[in-house]
Design a protein around this ligand. Structure first.
Ligand code: NAP
Length: 302
């Protein structure tokens, strides 16, 4: 089957970017959009985030062959329940949530009679809301699909082709494995950034103005991540609890090993780790996942 009518529920960074990407890269696809916040709907109309912005979820999903839920992971079940009685029988329901196991369970509870193909585009920024989206957010980025066992291969194919049409590369993964991989590549880095920025702002012997003034030493790169949406990230940690706690345990052991190396003056241990991590950075750039320019191309004086 081919996706021709897409309904987007939640018109923030992700939902808005999907709408704009469809308009730019798959203009044959017709979009409808809904957000529970009237101010967001108004902004979405002004920016043209979907062909039609609806004032209720029922109208938005009524004709859709693919519905994509773009709300915080803790709101997925509520958003799915609101559309349950208004979907076409053959509609596929998907989402963009950053954790997959708990979302898959929530969607299955709310929509027991529908094809559900959960998805996670690994693309984003620290901005949120209807002004934050842009058409090329997904270009060259991975979108991970986590179909439940027994999912229709036609439905998986249809959702995968949709993401490819708006620029993403598609990978299929088990939801549990997804949650473990993303805990280490995304969730723990966010937790570290939130923590280091919180620690710096709580210090008494270094003033807040010094922290900000000298932030180009490294701190400012953490502040970008730590500026991410509080609701979204609260929900990610509450919903991906087992994988985050597992990876956090590994991380704190490694951090303690670094603490020991510094205390005992073990320069070899520090040098070995810092050499291995440089190689990871090179691989990230080689695979087109970041900008090759030093300091992200910010230039002198930045
Ligand atoms: P966002 O910019 O905050 O947008 C979410 C929108 O959904 C808000 O306008 C919110 O309205 C609305 N909403 C909440 N509950 C709703 C409901 N029941 N029905 C309809 N609308 C509802 O968030 P986002 O960054 O786009 O994130 C959306 C999803 O994408 C999350 O699940 C997140 O995990 C995932 N994701 C995010 C990123 C990223 O970098 N941001 C990357 C990949 C995946 P209110 O303002 O009234 O709450």
């Amino acid at each position: 089957m081919k996706v021709e009518r897409v309904a987007i529920v939640g018109l923030g960074l992700l939902g808005g970017s999907i709408g704009l990407a469809v308009r730019a890269f798959a203009p044959h696809v017709v979009t409808t959009g809904y957000d529970r916040n009237p101010e967001v709907r108004e902004a979405a109309r002004e920016r043209g985030l979907a062909d039609t912005i609806c004032d209720d979820p029922a109208t938005a999903v009524a004709d859709a062959d693919l519905v994509i839920l773009c709300v915080p992971v803790g709101a997925m079940e509520d958003a799915a329940s609101q559309i349950a009685d208004h979907l076409r029988a053959d509609a596929i329901v998907s989402d963009v949530g950053s954790s997959k196991q708990s979302v898959a369970e929530a969607l299955a509870r709310a929509l027991p009679d529908h094809a559900i193909i959960p998805a996670h585009p690994v693309a984003g920024t620290e901005r949120s809301g209807p002004q934050a989206g842009f058409a090329h957010l997904f270009a060259g980025r991975w979108c991970i699909l986590t179909p439940p066992s027994g999912a229709s291969s036609d439905a998986v194919e249809a959702v995968g082709s949709f993401w490819e049409a708006i620029g993403a590369k598609v990978e299929i993964m088990d939801a549990q494995h997804h949650d473990l991989v993303l805990a280490v590549t995304s969730h723990i880095p966010h937790l570290i950034a939130y923590t280091i920025v919180g620690t710096a702002s709580d210090l008494e012997d270094v003033t807040r103005s010094e922290v900000i003034k000298y932030s180009a030493g490294g701190f400012r790169d953490f502040t970008r991540i730590a500026a991410s949406d509080p609701v979204m990230w609260r929900d990610v940690f509450l919903n991906n609890r087992p994988a985050v706690l597992e990876m956090l345990g590994r991380f704190t052991e490694d951090l303690t090993a670094m603490q020991r190396a510094i205390r005992s003056g073990d320069g070899d241990a520090l040098h070995d780790l810092f050499t291995r991590t440089r190689a990871i950075r090179r691989a990230v750039i080689e695979q087109g996942q970041d900008d090759d320019r030093p300091d992200f191309g910010r230039g002198p004086g930045a």
